[in-house]
Design a protein around this ligand. Structure first.
Ligand code: IMP
Length: 424
C-alpha cells in the first residue's frame, strides 16, 4: 500500500467510501484530496447508514489519522455538523482530523450564485452546494481559504470585493444584498475558532509519514468522468477527481504514489445532466434503481442508470493509470436475465475502438455497440470467495478485466463492510 490512491472510474457514486473504509483497517493515514460536500459516501456501521460528505471515509476506524487536503473545498458549517454527528455516535474525530489551511472555503454567496446560474440555460444539474463557484474563486485568485479566517480585516475586505462583483454579475440575486464581509465573518466566528486547532501542514505531515513507511490512502470524490479536465466537459465537477489530482490535492510529489485503485460499479449511474451513452430506457432503469437504491446520497435525486460502459472504463483505466479495479454492487445484477455492456462506440457508422470523444458534444453523437451476457440469476450476497461466485458472474468479471487490461482485486456484494469477495 505505502501510498494508494482510490479513484472513481465512472461518474461518481461507485462506492469508493466503502472501499476506503475497508482499506483503512490497514492504513495509517487517510486523506481526501478534492471535491467538497457534493460528495456523499454512505457507510454502513452496525446496521446503521452514515453519510459522510467531507470527512475521509477512514474516519470510522478509531485512532486513524484523517486529513482534508488543500484540494478540497470546505463548507465549515457542514463540516461541523458532520463531526458533531460522528461524535454523538461515540466516534472521536477532532483529535485526529487535520485540515489544510490552504483548503478553500465555500461561502454562502457561492451557493446563491450557483442557484442563479443553475436556473438558466447553462444548467448542468449540480448538487447545489456552491462547489463550482468556490473553485471559480480559487482559480480567479479571489477565493478565501481556511487559513484566512484568522486575518479578520483582510477577510472582510476580500468578501466585500467578491460580493460587489457578484452583485454586478447577478443583479437578480436578492440574497446577495443582505450579505457583507462583516456579517459573514460574524456568522463564521464560532466555526473559525472551532476549526483552528485542526489546521496543520498536512503536506509536511504526509511526507514524514511516507518517509517512515506509514501506509497512506488518498481518497478521491466524484469520478474520472466528472473530472474537470478529463470528464465530459462541461458536465463535470470543478476539481481534479482523477488520480493525478491526488498528489496535487494533498501537497506531495506524484512519485510518492505507489498504486492507483479504480472503483467501478458492475453497471453505470450518473446524476445530473450530460451525455451518458450506455443509459437505459426508463422502464429498465427503474428496476436497477430500485435494486441498487440508486438515489443521490447528497441530494436524494434519482440517479440515471445504465449498463456498464467499457469505452469509458477503458478510458478511466488509461487516464488514471489504474493498477487494479474494485467492482462494486455486483449483487444488484443478481436477478437480471440479461446483462448488457456497451463494448464500443460507433459514430457515423465507424467504430471508435481507440481513443475517447473529447467533451460532451462529441460524446452525445456516439451510439453504443452492445454485447449481451446471460445473467447468473442467483444471489451473490453471501459469497466471500472468488471461486464461490456463480460461473457466469465470474465470466462477466474476467471479461471486464481482460477488456480493460486491469486486474480486478475485489468485488463488493452488499453495503455492509464484510460483504466483499477478495481475490487472492
Ligand atoms: P457539482 O460538483 O455540485 O458542481 O456538480 C457538477 C456535476 O457533478 C453534477 O452533474 C453533479 O450531479 C455531479 N456530482 C457532483 N458530486 C457528485 C457525486 O459525489 N456523485 C455523483 N455525481 C456528482
Amino acid at each position: 500500500m505505502p501510498c494508494t490512491v482510490v479513484v472513481g472510474a465512472q461518474w461518481g457514486d461507485e462506492g469508493k467510501g466503502k472501499v476506503v473504509d475497508a482499506l483503512s483497517a490497514d492504513a495509517d493515514v487517510i486523506a481526501r484530496y478534492q471535491g467538497g460536500p457534493n460528495a456523499g459516501n454512505s457507510l454502513v456501521r452496525g446496521g446503521e447508514t452514515l453519510v459522510l460528505h467531507l470527512g475521509p471515509s477512514g474516519i470510522l476506524h478509531p485512532g486513524k489519522r484523517c486529513l482534508i487536503g488543500n484540494g478540497v473545498v470546505v463548507d465549515l458549517s457542514r463540516l461541523r455538523e458532520e463531526v458533531k454527528r460522528l461524535e454523538s455516535l461515540g466516534i472521536e474525530v477532532r483529535d485526529r482530523l487535520g485540515i489544510s489551511p490552504a483548503a478553500h472555503l465555500i461561502l454562502p454567496y457561492h451557493r446563491v450564485a450557483e442557484a442563479v446560474a443553475e436556473s438558466g440555460p447553462a444548467a448542468i444539474g449540480t448538487t447545489g452546494r456552491g462547489i463550482g463557484f468556490a473553485y471559480r474563486d480559487k482559480a480567479a485568485r479571489t477565493g478565501l481559504r481556511l487559513g484566512d479566517l484568522s486575518e479578520s480585516g483582510a477577510f472582510v475586505a476580500a468578501v466585500d470585493r467578491n460580493l460587489a462583483r457578484l452583485r454586478r454579475e447577478f443583479p437578480e440575486a436578492e440574497a446577495l444584498g443582505g450579505m457583507s464581509g462583516a456579517s459573514l465573518l460574524e456568522e463564521l466566528r464560532d466555526g473559525a475558532r472551532w476549526v483552528q486547532a485542526m489546521l496543520c501542514d498536512i503536506a509536511a505531515e504526509l511526507q514524514v509519514a511516507l518517509r517512515r513507511a506509514r501506509r497512506v490512502l488518498l481518497e478521491g470524490a466524484q469520478g474520472t468522468m466528472l473530472d474537470l479536465d478529463h470528464g465530459t466537459y462541461p458536465f463535470v465537477t470543478s476539481s481534479s477527481a482523477s488520480a493525478a489530482g491526488a498528489p496535487l490535492g494533498v501537497g506531495i510529489g506524484p512519485r510518492a504514489v505507489d498504486r492507483v485503485l479504480g472503483v467501478t460499479k458492475a453497471y453505470t449511474t450518473r446524476v445530473g445532466l450530460g451525455p451518458f451513452p450506455s443509459e437505459m430506457p426508463e422502464e429498465s432503469a427503474e428496476a436497477l434503481r430500485e435494486a441498487g437504491e440508486e438515489y443521490g446520497a447528497t441530494t436524494g435525486r434519482p440517479r440515471r442508470c445504465g449498463w456498464l460502459d467499457l469505452p469509458a472504463l477503458r478510458y478511466a483505466s488509461r487516464v488514471n493509470g489504474l493498477d487494479a479495479l474494485v467492482v462494486t454492487k455486483l449483487d444488484v445484477l443478481d436477478h437480471f436475465e440479461e446483462i448488457r455492456v456497451a463494448v464500443d462506440y460507433e459514430c457515423g457508422g465507424q467504430r471508435l475502438e481507440a481513443g475517447f470523444p473529447s467533451g460532451a458534444r462529441a460524446l452525445e453523437r456516439v451510439k453504443p455497440v452492445w454485447r449481451s451476457f446471460p445473467g447468473w440469476r442467483e444471489s451473490t450476497r453471501d459469497v466471500r470467495r472468488w471461486e464461490d461466485l456463480p460461473v457466469r458472474a465470474r465470466q462477466y468479471l474476467e471479461w471486464i478485466e481482460l477488456e480493460c487490461g486491469v486486474p480486478i482485486e475485489s468485488v463488493s456484494v452488499g453495503a455492509e463492510r464484510e460483504a466483499e469477495v477478495r481475490r487472492r
